[in-house]
Design a binder for this molecule. Structure first.
Ligand SMILES: [Fe+2]
Length: 177
């Protein structure tokens, strides 16, 4: 087992791996890159590898802490991905902060669900997903996903989503590309 702190969303225990990204790691993803922000911390993740990645039928558990901020008028966001095995879904529950879960289907139709403490989100199969911090505090959420889903970042790196979450008149809006 591992321990999930339900106040902070942080995991501890054996088999918990950590990773982090800066704004510069997402160069090319932003509507307009800002090299002056390249070193700014963007998000960190923890994954409890309770099973080996790729194991059919197994589940994995993890969290993401996404910092607040803007690159131009675009809110800080995660890279976003499809699952390599497209039929695989995922569940996410928000611990704290204020965010948006951006979901795009295979017809490139994009929508968003607002995230706040306790909001629980189902990412169906065949759906690319990314999270965006639209608030002023870190956005922390927990996710559970199939160990055999795989992560396809390439398509999003190349084509992006069909909409971006931008600050328009002080509000977060999903704006079509
Ligand atoms: Fe996923």
């Amino acid at each position: 087992m591992c321990f999930t702190d339900l106040t902070t969303g942080l995991l501890s225990g054996q088999g918990v791996l950590e990773a982090s990204r800066t704004v510069g790691d997402l160069a090319g993803y932003w509507k307009v890159d800002d090299p002056s922000l390249a070193g700014v911390p963007l998000y960190r993740t923890q994954t409890w590898l309770c099973a080996e990645e790729g194991t059919e039928g197994a589940l994995l558990w993890g969290n993401t802490t996404l910092m607040p901020g803007l690159v131009g008028d675009e809110f800080f966001m995660t890279r976003g991905h499809w699952h390599e095995r497209r039929d695989r879904g995922e569940l996410c529950v928000t611990v704290s902060g204020c965010g948006a879960l951006v979901l795009m289907d295979q017809n490139r139709v994009t929508r968003m669900e607002l995230m706040s403490s306790g909001s629980t989100h189902y990412v169906p199969g065949f759906t690319a997903h990314r999270t965006v911090n639209v608030g002023e505090e870190p956005l922390v959420f927990l996710c559970c996903w199939p160990a055999d889903c795989g992560h396809d970042y390439g398509d999003i790196a190349e084509r992006g989503f069909s909409g971006r979450v931008l600050r328009v008149g002080g509000e977060a809006m999903l704006i079509s590309e």
